[in-house]
Design a protein around this ligand. Structure first.
Ligand code: SAH
Length: 398
Protein backbone atom coordinates (compact mmCIF):
# COMPACT_ATOMS: atom_id res chain seq x y z
CA UNK A 1 0.00 0.00 0.00
CA UNK A 2 1.05 3.56 -0.61
CA UNK A 3 2.03 5.31 2.61
CA UNK A 4 1.06 8.93 2.85
CA UNK A 5 1.95 11.64 5.34
CA UNK A 6 -0.21 14.63 6.11
CA UNK A 7 -0.06 17.52 8.62
CA UNK A 8 -1.11 17.07 12.25
CA UNK A 9 -4.08 19.39 11.66
CA UNK A 10 -5.24 17.25 8.78
CA UNK A 11 -4.67 14.09 10.81
CA UNK A 12 -7.03 15.37 13.46
CA UNK A 13 -9.63 16.26 10.80
CA UNK A 14 -9.39 12.73 9.38
CA UNK A 15 -9.63 11.26 12.88
CA UNK A 16 -12.94 13.12 13.33
CA UNK A 17 -14.34 11.61 10.14
CA UNK A 18 -13.31 13.91 7.28
CA UNK A 19 -12.76 11.51 4.37
CA UNK A 20 -10.51 13.27 1.85
CA UNK A 21 -6.86 14.11 1.19
CA UNK A 22 -5.90 16.19 -1.85
CA UNK A 23 -2.53 15.90 -3.62
CA UNK A 24 -1.24 19.23 -2.38
CA UNK A 25 -1.82 18.11 1.23
CA UNK A 26 0.57 15.16 0.98
CA UNK A 27 3.92 15.80 2.65
CA UNK A 28 6.02 12.84 1.46
CA UNK A 29 7.35 11.84 -1.95
CA UNK A 30 5.29 9.11 -3.59
CA UNK A 31 6.86 7.09 -6.41
CA UNK A 32 5.23 7.91 -9.76
CA UNK A 33 5.18 4.33 -10.93
CA UNK A 34 2.84 2.30 -8.77
CA UNK A 35 -0.19 0.12 -9.39
CA UNK A 36 -1.66 0.41 -5.92
CA UNK A 37 -5.27 1.34 -5.37
CA UNK A 38 -5.04 1.45 -1.59
CA UNK A 39 -3.14 3.85 0.64
CA UNK A 40 -2.55 4.16 4.34
CA UNK A 41 -2.00 7.12 6.67
CA UNK A 42 0.10 6.81 9.83
CA UNK A 43 -0.06 9.64 12.33
CA UNK A 44 2.93 11.63 13.64
CA UNK A 45 3.53 8.90 16.29
CA UNK A 46 3.61 6.34 13.52
CA UNK A 47 0.29 4.84 14.60
CA UNK A 48 -2.15 3.63 11.98
CA UNK A 49 -4.76 6.28 11.28
CA UNK A 50 -6.68 5.27 8.16
CA UNK A 51 -6.74 3.07 5.12
CA UNK A 52 -8.32 4.35 1.95
CA UNK A 53 -8.55 4.39 -1.82
CA UNK A 54 -5.48 5.75 -3.55
CA UNK A 55 -6.04 7.46 -6.89
CA UNK A 56 -2.90 9.03 -8.37
CA UNK A 57 -4.87 10.30 -11.41
CA UNK A 58 -7.00 12.64 -9.34
CA UNK A 59 -6.26 15.74 -7.25
CA UNK A 60 -8.53 14.13 -4.70
CA UNK A 61 -6.08 11.26 -4.37
CA UNK A 62 -7.04 9.60 -1.08
CA UNK A 63 -10.51 8.71 0.24
CA UNK A 64 -10.86 7.07 3.64
CA UNK A 65 -12.31 3.57 3.71
CA UNK A 66 -11.63 2.74 7.34
CA UNK A 67 -10.42 4.63 10.38
CA UNK A 68 -8.75 3.73 13.64
CA UNK A 69 -7.46 0.21 13.25
CA UNK A 70 -6.11 -1.83 10.36
CA UNK A 71 -8.82 -3.79 8.60
CA UNK A 72 -8.81 -6.17 5.66
CA UNK A 73 -10.53 -4.52 2.71
CA UNK A 74 -12.28 -7.56 1.35
CA UNK A 75 -15.68 -9.01 0.53
CA UNK A 76 -16.69 -9.28 4.21
CA UNK A 77 -15.83 -5.61 4.76
CA UNK A 78 -17.89 -4.50 1.77
CA UNK A 79 -20.80 -6.79 2.66
CA UNK A 80 -21.04 -5.33 6.17
CA UNK A 81 -21.01 -1.79 4.80
CA UNK A 82 -23.65 -2.65 2.23
CA UNK A 83 -25.91 -4.19 4.86
CA UNK A 84 -25.71 -1.08 7.06
CA UNK A 85 -26.59 1.03 4.03
CA UNK A 86 -29.56 -1.18 3.20
CA UNK A 87 -30.83 -0.88 6.79
CA UNK A 88 -31.03 2.91 6.55
CA UNK A 89 -33.26 2.59 3.44
CA UNK A 90 -35.58 0.01 4.94
CA UNK A 91 -39.14 1.18 4.74
CA UNK A 92 -38.84 2.88 1.36
CA UNK A 93 -40.21 -0.09 -0.52
CA UNK A 94 -43.28 -0.30 1.72
CA UNK A 95 -43.95 3.35 0.80
CA UNK A 96 -44.20 2.31 -2.82
CA UNK A 97 -40.65 3.32 -3.71
CA UNK A 98 -38.45 1.00 -5.78
CA UNK A 99 -36.13 3.71 -7.12
CA UNK A 100 -33.73 5.03 -4.49
CA UNK A 101 -30.08 5.49 -3.57
CA UNK A 102 -28.64 2.41 -1.87
CA UNK A 103 -25.13 3.76 -1.33
CA UNK A 104 -24.35 7.44 -1.05
CA UNK A 105 -20.57 7.41 -1.40
CA UNK A 106 -18.43 8.50 1.55
CA UNK A 107 -21.56 8.90 3.68
CA UNK A 108 -22.18 5.15 3.55
CA UNK A 109 -18.54 4.11 3.79
CA UNK A 110 -18.00 3.62 0.04
CA UNK A 111 -16.03 6.75 -0.89
CA UNK A 112 -16.46 7.87 -4.48
CA UNK A 113 -19.11 5.23 -5.22
CA UNK A 114 -22.84 5.62 -5.66
CA UNK A 115 -25.27 2.74 -6.05
CA UNK A 116 -28.81 3.51 -7.19
CA UNK A 117 -31.54 0.95 -7.43
CA UNK A 118 -34.22 1.20 -10.11
CA UNK A 119 -36.40 -1.76 -9.23
CA UNK A 120 -34.60 -4.69 -10.97
CA UNK A 121 -31.67 -2.64 -12.21
CA UNK A 122 -28.72 -1.39 -10.20
CA UNK A 123 -26.67 1.54 -11.43
CA UNK A 124 -23.17 1.83 -10.07
CA UNK A 125 -21.56 5.23 -10.52
CA UNK A 126 -17.85 5.65 -9.86
CA UNK A 127 -16.04 8.89 -9.14
CA UNK A 128 -12.59 7.29 -8.91
CA UNK A 129 -10.76 4.65 -10.94
CA UNK A 130 -9.51 3.09 -7.68
CA UNK A 131 -12.70 1.04 -7.49
CA UNK A 132 -11.94 -0.82 -10.73
CA UNK A 133 -9.81 -3.43 -8.95
CA UNK A 134 -12.77 -4.30 -6.72
CA UNK A 135 -15.39 -4.12 -9.42
CA UNK A 136 -16.03 -7.82 -10.11
CA UNK A 137 -16.35 -8.51 -6.42
CA UNK A 138 -18.69 -5.58 -5.83
CA UNK A 139 -20.86 -6.35 -8.83
CA UNK A 140 -21.36 -9.90 -7.58
CA UNK A 141 -22.07 -8.71 -4.05
CA UNK A 142 -24.64 -6.12 -5.14
CA UNK A 143 -26.29 -8.44 -7.62
CA UNK A 144 -26.62 -11.21 -5.01
CA UNK A 145 -28.04 -8.88 -2.40
CA UNK A 146 -30.78 -7.50 -4.66
CA UNK A 147 -31.23 -10.40 -7.08
CA UNK A 148 -31.22 -7.69 -9.72
CA UNK A 149 -31.43 -8.49 -13.40
CA UNK A 150 -29.00 -5.85 -14.51
CA UNK A 151 -26.03 -3.89 -13.15
CA UNK A 152 -25.03 -0.84 -15.18
CA UNK A 153 -21.78 1.05 -14.78
CA UNK A 154 -21.74 4.86 -15.00
CA UNK A 155 -18.52 6.81 -14.81
CA UNK A 156 -18.04 10.37 -13.64
CA UNK A 157 -16.62 12.68 -16.31
CA UNK A 158 -13.12 12.77 -14.79
CA UNK A 159 -13.01 8.95 -14.61
CA UNK A 160 -14.13 8.53 -18.23
CA UNK A 161 -11.53 11.07 -19.33
CA UNK A 162 -8.69 9.31 -17.53
CA UNK A 163 -9.39 5.96 -19.21
CA UNK A 164 -7.08 4.94 -22.01
CA UNK A 165 -8.58 3.70 -25.25
CA UNK A 166 -9.09 -0.06 -25.09
CA UNK A 167 -9.86 0.11 -21.36
CA UNK A 168 -11.95 -2.74 -19.96
CA UNK A 169 -14.54 -0.28 -18.67
CA UNK A 170 -16.67 2.46 -20.20
CA UNK A 171 -19.54 4.67 -19.19
CA UNK A 172 -22.89 2.95 -19.73
CA UNK A 173 -21.42 -0.56 -19.79
CA UNK A 174 -23.69 -3.37 -18.65
CA UNK A 175 -21.69 -5.26 -16.03
CA UNK A 176 -24.32 -7.87 -15.45
CA UNK A 177 -27.44 -8.89 -17.40
CA UNK A 178 -28.21 -8.03 -20.97
CA UNK A 179 -30.57 -5.13 -21.51
CA UNK A 180 -30.80 -3.85 -25.08
CA UNK A 181 -31.59 -0.28 -24.01
CA UNK A 182 -31.02 1.81 -20.93
CA UNK A 183 -34.74 2.31 -20.18
CA UNK A 184 -35.94 1.04 -16.84
CA UNK A 185 -39.20 1.47 -14.97
CA UNK A 186 -39.58 1.94 -11.23
CA UNK A 187 -41.88 3.49 -8.61
CA UNK A 188 -41.61 6.43 -6.29
CA UNK A 189 -44.28 6.84 -3.64
CA UNK A 190 -46.53 4.67 -5.79
CA UNK A 191 -46.05 6.79 -8.94
CA UNK A 192 -44.44 5.26 -12.02
CA UNK A 193 -41.35 6.55 -13.73
CA UNK A 194 -39.17 5.56 -16.64
CA UNK A 195 -35.53 6.56 -16.76
CA UNK A 196 -32.69 5.96 -19.16
CA UNK A 197 -29.91 4.74 -16.89
CA UNK A 198 -27.35 4.75 -19.70
CA UNK A 199 -27.96 8.10 -21.38
CA UNK A 200 -29.79 9.99 -18.62
CA UNK A 201 -28.29 12.61 -16.32
CA UNK A 202 -26.81 11.44 -13.00
CA UNK A 203 -27.74 7.75 -12.94
CA UNK A 204 -30.91 8.43 -14.93
CA UNK A 205 -33.17 10.22 -12.45
CA UNK A 206 -32.88 12.87 -9.74
CA UNK A 207 -33.62 10.53 -6.85
CA UNK A 208 -32.54 13.18 -4.34
CA UNK A 209 -35.70 15.26 -4.87
CA UNK A 210 -38.17 12.52 -3.91
CA UNK A 211 -39.28 14.11 -0.64
CA UNK A 212 -39.66 17.55 -2.23
CA UNK A 213 -41.71 16.05 -5.05
CA UNK A 214 -44.03 14.50 -2.47
CA UNK A 215 -44.43 17.86 -0.72
CA UNK A 216 -45.14 19.64 -4.01
CA UNK A 217 -47.76 17.00 -4.83
CA UNK A 218 -49.42 17.65 -1.47
CA UNK A 219 -49.67 21.39 -2.04
CA UNK A 220 -50.62 21.27 -5.74
CA UNK A 221 -54.39 20.78 -5.54
CA UNK A 222 -56.23 23.17 -7.83
CA UNK A 223 -53.08 25.17 -8.50
CA UNK A 224 -51.50 26.25 -11.76
CA UNK A 225 -47.90 25.03 -11.71
CA UNK A 226 -44.80 26.31 -13.48
CA UNK A 227 -42.06 23.65 -13.38
CA UNK A 228 -38.78 25.23 -14.45
CA UNK A 229 -35.82 22.89 -15.21
CA UNK A 230 -38.37 20.09 -15.33
CA UNK A 231 -36.03 17.33 -16.62
CA UNK A 232 -38.00 14.05 -16.67
CA UNK A 233 -41.07 15.65 -15.13
CA UNK A 234 -40.77 14.34 -11.57
CA UNK A 235 -42.41 17.41 -10.03
CA UNK A 236 -45.04 17.56 -12.79
CA UNK A 237 -46.17 13.96 -12.23
CA UNK A 238 -46.58 14.52 -8.49
CA UNK A 239 -48.37 17.84 -9.03
CA UNK A 240 -50.77 16.22 -11.50
CA UNK A 241 -51.38 13.29 -9.15
CA UNK A 242 -52.05 15.87 -6.42
CA UNK A 243 -54.85 17.40 -8.52
CA UNK A 244 -53.21 20.54 -9.87
CA UNK A 245 -55.13 22.60 -12.44
CA UNK A 246 -52.36 22.90 -15.03
CA UNK A 247 -48.64 22.50 -15.64
CA UNK A 248 -46.18 24.47 -17.76
CA UNK A 249 -42.76 22.82 -18.02
CA UNK A 250 -39.57 24.59 -19.07
CA UNK A 251 -36.36 22.78 -20.02
CA UNK A 252 -33.69 23.39 -22.63
CA UNK A 253 -33.22 19.70 -23.38
CA UNK A 254 -35.69 18.01 -25.79
CA UNK A 255 -34.78 14.56 -24.44
CA UNK A 256 -35.81 15.74 -20.95
CA UNK A 257 -39.16 17.04 -22.21
CA UNK A 258 -39.82 13.84 -24.13
CA UNK A 259 -39.07 11.78 -21.03
CA UNK A 260 -41.43 13.91 -19.00
CA UNK A 261 -44.25 13.26 -21.50
CA UNK A 262 -43.48 9.57 -21.27
CA UNK A 263 -43.77 9.71 -17.47
CA UNK A 264 -47.05 11.64 -17.59
CA UNK A 265 -48.53 9.08 -20.01
CA UNK A 266 -47.30 6.23 -17.82
CA UNK A 267 -49.21 7.53 -14.80
CA UNK A 268 -52.28 9.03 -16.44
CA UNK A 269 -52.94 6.86 -19.50
CA UNK A 270 -56.54 8.06 -19.84
CA UNK A 271 -55.40 11.60 -20.77
CA UNK A 272 -53.37 12.67 -23.77
CA UNK A 273 -50.29 14.83 -23.28
CA UNK A 274 -49.36 17.55 -24.13
CA UNK A 275 -52.75 19.21 -23.61
CA UNK A 276 -54.24 22.65 -23.11
CA UNK A 277 -53.47 22.35 -19.41
CA UNK A 278 -50.12 20.58 -19.86
CA UNK A 279 -47.70 22.62 -21.93
CA UNK A 280 -43.97 22.19 -22.50
CA UNK A 281 -41.61 25.01 -23.43
CA UNK A 282 -38.20 24.12 -24.78
CA UNK A 283 -35.54 26.75 -24.27
CA UNK A 284 -33.42 28.70 -21.84
CA UNK A 285 -35.13 29.11 -18.48
CA UNK A 286 -34.07 32.74 -17.98
CA UNK A 287 -35.38 33.74 -21.40
CA UNK A 288 -38.59 31.72 -20.94
CA UNK A 289 -39.30 33.33 -17.57
CA UNK A 290 -38.83 36.78 -19.12
CA UNK A 291 -41.18 35.84 -21.94
CA UNK A 292 -43.84 34.54 -19.55
CA UNK A 293 -43.59 37.82 -17.65
CA UNK A 294 -44.02 39.86 -20.84
CA UNK A 295 -47.09 37.72 -21.63
CA UNK A 296 -48.41 38.61 -18.14
CA UNK A 297 -48.68 34.95 -17.19
CA UNK A 298 -49.26 34.06 -13.54
CA UNK A 299 -48.93 30.78 -11.64
CA UNK A 300 -49.97 29.60 -8.18
CA UNK A 301 -46.89 27.45 -7.68
CA UNK A 302 -43.46 28.02 -9.23
CA UNK A 303 -40.76 25.33 -9.04
CA UNK A 304 -37.13 26.32 -9.63
CA UNK A 305 -34.82 23.29 -9.54
CA UNK A 306 -31.84 24.20 -11.72
CA UNK A 307 -28.66 22.23 -12.41
CA UNK A 308 -25.63 22.97 -10.20
CA UNK A 309 -24.67 26.56 -11.06
CA UNK A 310 -21.34 26.24 -9.19
CA UNK A 311 -19.44 23.13 -10.18
CA UNK A 312 -16.24 24.71 -8.87
CA UNK A 313 -15.57 26.85 -5.81
CA UNK A 314 -14.52 29.80 -7.94
CA UNK A 315 -18.00 29.90 -9.54
CA UNK A 316 -19.78 30.52 -6.23
CA UNK A 317 -20.34 34.28 -6.70
CA UNK A 318 -21.72 33.80 -10.22
CA UNK A 319 -23.95 31.01 -8.98
CA UNK A 320 -25.37 33.19 -6.19
CA UNK A 321 -26.18 35.90 -8.76
CA UNK A 322 -27.93 33.31 -10.91
CA UNK A 323 -30.00 32.05 -7.94
CA UNK A 324 -31.01 35.65 -7.18
CA UNK A 325 -31.98 36.37 -10.80
CA UNK A 326 -33.93 33.16 -11.02
CA UNK A 327 -35.83 33.79 -7.78
CA UNK A 328 -36.59 37.34 -8.94
CA UNK A 329 -37.92 36.09 -12.28
CA UNK A 330 -39.91 33.30 -10.58
CA UNK A 331 -41.39 35.62 -7.94
CA UNK A 332 -42.60 38.01 -10.66
CA UNK A 333 -44.79 35.20 -11.97
CA UNK A 334 -46.56 34.28 -8.74
CA UNK A 335 -48.42 35.45 -5.70
CA UNK A 336 -48.57 31.92 -4.44
CA UNK A 337 -45.75 29.58 -3.51
CA UNK A 338 -42.20 29.57 -4.82
CA UNK A 339 -40.06 26.47 -4.39
CA UNK A 340 -36.34 27.07 -4.98
CA UNK A 341 -33.61 24.44 -4.77
CA UNK A 342 -29.84 24.36 -5.15
CA UNK A 343 -27.67 21.30 -5.73
CA UNK A 344 -24.38 23.25 -5.84
CA UNK A 345 -22.06 21.78 -3.20
CA UNK A 346 -19.97 24.96 -3.35
CA UNK A 347 -22.87 27.19 -2.33
CA UNK A 348 -23.53 27.03 1.43
CA UNK A 349 -27.19 26.78 2.45
CA UNK A 350 -27.42 30.16 4.18
CA UNK A 351 -25.90 32.00 1.25
CA UNK A 352 -28.32 30.27 -1.10
CA UNK A 353 -31.34 31.23 1.02
CA UNK A 354 -30.10 34.85 1.23
CA UNK A 355 -29.70 34.93 -2.56
CA UNK A 356 -33.25 33.66 -3.06
CA UNK A 357 -34.74 36.22 -0.63
CA UNK A 358 -32.77 39.00 -2.27
CA UNK A 359 -34.28 37.97 -5.61
CA UNK A 360 -37.85 37.94 -4.27
CA UNK A 361 -37.39 41.37 -2.64
CA UNK A 362 -35.90 42.72 -5.87
CA UNK A 363 -39.11 41.65 -7.59
CA UNK A 364 -40.89 43.97 -5.15
CA UNK A 365 -42.67 41.03 -3.52
CA UNK A 366 -43.32 40.18 0.12
CA UNK A 367 -42.32 36.74 1.27
CA UNK A 368 -42.76 34.35 4.14
CA UNK A 369 -40.87 31.09 4.47
CA UNK A 370 -42.97 27.96 4.78
CA UNK A 371 -40.23 25.33 5.11
CA UNK A 372 -36.62 24.44 4.38
CA UNK A 373 -35.57 20.96 3.43
CA UNK A 374 -32.31 19.10 2.99
CA UNK A 375 -31.26 15.56 2.26
CA UNK A 376 -33.60 12.60 2.08
CA UNK A 377 -33.18 9.42 4.13
CA UNK A 378 -31.41 7.63 1.27
CA UNK A 379 -28.95 10.53 0.75
CA UNK A 380 -27.29 10.77 4.18
CA UNK A 381 -24.58 13.45 4.52
CA UNK A 382 -21.77 13.08 7.04
CA UNK A 383 -19.21 15.75 6.10
CA UNK A 384 -19.54 19.37 4.96
CA UNK A 385 -19.00 18.82 1.21
CA UNK A 386 -21.75 16.19 1.16
CA UNK A 387 -24.47 18.73 2.07
CA UNK A 388 -25.12 19.83 -1.49
CA UNK A 389 -28.92 19.89 -1.61
CA UNK A 390 -30.96 22.66 -0.02
CA UNK A 391 -34.39 23.97 -0.81
CA UNK A 392 -36.92 26.41 0.44
CA UNK A 393 -40.70 26.83 0.10
CA UNK A 394 -41.78 30.46 0.23
CA UNK A 395 -45.20 32.10 0.27
CA UNK A 396 -44.85 35.07 -2.06
CA UNK A 397 -47.08 38.05 -1.37
CA UNK A 398 -48.46 40.50 -3.92
N1 SAH B 1 -36.21 19.17 -11.45
C1 SAH B 1 -35.68 18.00 -12.10
C2 SAH B 1 -34.17 17.98 -12.12
C3 SAH B 1 -33.56 19.18 -12.81
S1 SAH B 1 -32.04 18.82 -13.51
C4 SAH B 1 -36.23 16.73 -11.45
O1 SAH B 1 -36.98 16.80 -10.47
O2 SAH B 1 -35.94 15.64 -11.93
C5 SAH B 1 -31.71 20.25 -14.41
C6 SAH B 1 -32.46 20.37 -15.71
O3 SAH B 1 -32.22 21.69 -16.17
C7 SAH B 1 -31.99 19.46 -16.84
O4 SAH B 1 -33.10 18.77 -17.37
C8 SAH B 1 -31.39 20.37 -17.90
O5 SAH B 1 -31.72 19.97 -19.22
C9 SAH B 1 -32.08 21.68 -17.58
N2 SAH B 1 -31.35 22.90 -17.92
C10 SAH B 1 -30.04 23.17 -17.76
N3 SAH B 1 -29.77 24.45 -18.11
C11 SAH B 1 -30.94 25.01 -18.51
C12 SAH B 1 -31.33 26.30 -18.97
N4 SAH B 1 -30.45 27.28 -19.06
N5 SAH B 1 -32.61 26.51 -19.25
C13 SAH B 1 -33.54 25.52 -19.15
N6 SAH B 1 -33.22 24.28 -18.71
C14 SAH B 1 -31.95 24.02 -18.40
Amino acid sequence: MIKIQISKTHQSKIRKGYPWVFKYQIQNQIPDENQENLGVIYDHNNHFLAVGLWDPCSDLCFRVLNLGKPQAIDRGFFRERLQSAIKIRQGLESQGTTGYRVINGENDGFPGLVLDRYEDTLVLKLYTTSWFLFLDELCELFQNEFKSQQVVLRLARNVSKSLESGSTYRDGQILYGHGDSGWVQFKENGLKFAADVIAGQKTGFFLDQRENRLKIGEMAKGRSVLNVFSYSGGFSVYAWAGGCGSVVEVDSNPFALETSLRNMKLNFPEKSFPAENFVQKEGDAFQMLARLKSEKRFFDLVILDPPAFARKKKHKALALDAYTNLAQAGAQLTSGVLFAASCSAHVPANEFYDAVYLGIRSAGKKCEEIARTEHAQDHPATFPEAFYLKSTYIRVGP
